[in-house]
Design a protein around this ligand. Structure first.
Ligand code: 5GP
Length: 119
């Protein structure tokens, strides 16, 4: 899979497509998933163009990496789910069934998110 500048998340970041923002910092943008799979379903994406978690792990700066965790912390606080919990996942490539070629983490919560996989 290659980075495609016309992917929907790149459009959201450029303001060419709309999204319901819930949190933002210098390096990260967070918004509601359009087809929520839980009561709370937020997508956390880096503002810079990274294809997936491997690309990000290899090439992102330390502040960019820290900002992702800061976003997790703020979202967990915002939704008051420190105790009830949540699931944070990222899909990569074909086997991971990644659909949008811009790194994104899913934060799911507000209810029991079920067993980990359907394999
Ligand atoms: P993936 O399967 O790549 O890990 O997840 C892509 C996610 O992006 C899916 O959960 C899907 O519902 C969400 N998504 C796809 N298009 C849009 C969109 O235009 N806006 C928003 N907010 N979410 C989207």
């Amino acid at each position: 899979m290659k980075y495609d500048k016309n992917n929907i998340f790149a459009k959201i970041l450029r303001g060419e497509a709309s999204a319901e923002k819930v949190y933002e910092n210098e390096f990260v943008f967070c918004f509601k998933d359009i087809y929520p799979k839980s009561k709370i379903h937020i997508l956390i994406i880096p503002k810079k163009e990274y294809l997936d978690i491997y690309d990000f792990s290899k090439n992102a700066t330390t502040p960019e990496k820290e900002s992702i965790f800061l976003a997790f912390e703020n979202l967990i606080k915002f939704y008051k789910i420190e105790k009830s919990g949540c699931r944070i996942i990222t899909n990569q490539g074909v086997d991971g069934r990644q659909e949008v070629p811009h790194l994104h983490f899913h934060l799911l919560g507000g209810n029991d998110t079920g067993k980990m996989t359907s394999i």
